[in-house]
Design a protein. Sequence first.
Length: 240
Amino acid sequence: MSVSNQPHLPIENKILAALSAAEYQRLIPHLERVNLSLHQVLYEAGEPITHVYFLDQGICSLVCIQEDGSTVEAGIVSNDGMVGLPVIWGGNWTTTTAFIQVASGGIRMKAEHLIAEFKRGGELQSLLLRYTQALFTLVTQTAACNRLHTIEERLARWLLLVADRVQSNTFPLTQEFIAQMLGCRRSGVTVAAGTLSRAGMISYKRGNINILNREDLEQTSCECYSIIKNEYARLLGTQS
């Protein structure tokens, strides 16, 4: 991870961009611009969170890892929010591991400085509280989706959420990685991806996903995608 002392150019993170100039200027001495590489771990489950991260266009996965090594994704964070929310809840650590799923630039801040700013009760506090509710919706809806819906529906929902956050219909992801995030066997993802591909909704080649027909993919997805998207828009004024 490389670090720069110019955190103010540009501001791609929607939380930071929504702050008034006065509030953002107060944060600048505590901000560092960083480059975040693929699979980089931002914090481990059960360990103190020392920094929070405001991503640009990349994606961070919040993953539950079981004793047998199996994994499932509980939530994702992009430029719509902040990685490290437990520090403002008072717990300072969590049971999930946060790692970079799509490489990105971003801005990091020491947890102690974020806590001090949060306790001022200003704009950042209000934004992070609304973001907490939006992320809670994503996590709870993902739990329901993983239990109640087919792999094809879950895959469609997940691909749409990723595409929204990277603002592109093409992104690098392997089937093995998708299976880990959805908490299912790779063979199940292969079958589901094949179904979507034959229907002309996506193409998959050499680790790259390309969404070809977004309208049909949205219709194939379960209602979870629209519920999550609408809540982010309602709470944060974004079209996530």
